[in-house]
Design a protein around this ligand. Structure first.
Ligand code: PBE
Length: 306
């Protein structure tokens, strides 16, 4: 599969692959051929070379639960996932690519790594990582009555993978997080106006957003914090861990977050707090998670790890 600059799957390639794998071929391959159209390629057994290790991110991230499920679902008994951080994960990816070595990471889009390297998602025929995901905005139950202006902006907030990508890439290229977000806001006043038009300015009320230090959420949270502070709020953004991000908004300790991945990745965390969270819907559509490897690896599917 091919990806464009921001990691959006380009469908043409896989369609061609599927088309090339016609009915006759399927007959030949009934004895053990795989179903993803990669019969012609020899997939290499990377287990020993990788010490049967998948490079993970923060414990508590939804993708860490998903990868544990994948290990079970695909019977990858020998494989393990290491928990570390998103920054350590991209560092390992970078080092492996630098040395032309194999590596398997828990990956997601939107993410700047797809702009920086040639990467591919491993096929997931069992659908353990789900289909496309949306990123939702969630706020505490009383926000609408307490802070109607913030509520309205957060409710209106909606952007694209490409928008988010611009901030992520700038940060990865070394720009300060808040600066990169402010620059995007500055350069995209028309989009921002769609969220803020007709909303009254406020006078320094304190507002707290929680997020996790995932690259995608660093971008979105800094951006919306800039917009809200331009409206007059005194905004604090607090990094935390995934379960606590949901708890903090549900308990009213924090006001809002823009980082709930649904329907799959954070479903269990939403469920834990369902009655105390107001879901304002998607702020970004077409996100995705999975196992990601460099394009040069001779492997196409999670099944190839068996
Ligand atoms: N992520 C990025 C998160 C959601 C946002 C895919 C690393 C997770 O797995 O929980």
């Amino acid at each position: 599969m091919k990806f464009n600059k921001y990691g959006v799957a380009v469908a043409g390639m896989s369609v061609a692959l599927l088309a090339a794998c016609g009915a006759d071929e399927e007959e030949e391959n009934t004895a053990g051929g795989d179903e993803n159209g990669s019969d012609e390629e020899t997939s290499v057994d990377y287990g020993e070379e990788l010490d049967y290790t998948i490079t993970g991110i923060e414990p508590g991230a939804g993708i860490m639960t998903a990868v544990e499920n994948a290990i079970e679902e695909y019977g990858l008994d020998e494989w393990d996932v290491t928990a570390s951080s998103s920054a350590a994960m991209t560092q390992e990816l970078d080092t492996a690519i630098e040395n032309d070595e194999p590596v398997i990471v828990t990956g997601w889009t939107p993410h700047w790594k797809f702009a920086a390297y040639d990467l591919k998602y491993l096929d997931d025929p069992e659908g353990v990582f789900g289909e496309a995901e949306d990123i939702h905005t969630m706020v505490r139950t009383d926000l609408e009555s307490d802070m109607p202006e913030a509520y309205e902006v957060l409710d209106n907030f909606y952007w694209t993978e490409e928008d988010m990508g611009e901030i992520m890439v700038a940060i990865n290229e070394g720009q300060d997080e808040a600066e990169a977000a402010a620059e995007w806001v500055e350069n995209n006043q028309d989009t921002v106006a769609e969220w803020t038009d007709g909303v009254d300015a406020v006078d320094g009320e304190e507002l707290e957003l929680v997020f996790v230090n995932w690259d995608s959420e660093i971008a979105s949270t800094n951006m919306i914090a800039t917009v809200l502070s331009d409206l007059g709020y005194d905004v604090t953004i607090t990094p935390t861990e995934a379960p606590y991000m949901f708890d903090a908004v549900a308990s009213g300790e924090a006001d809002a977050m823009v980082a709930a991945w649904l329907p799959l990745t954070h479903d269990h965390l939403v469920e834990d707090n369902e009655d105390d969270l107001v879901d304002l819907g998607a702020n970004l559509e077409g996100a995705r998670t999975g196992l990601v490897v460099p394009e040069y690896m001779d492997i196409d599917s999670i099944e190839d790890l068996q």
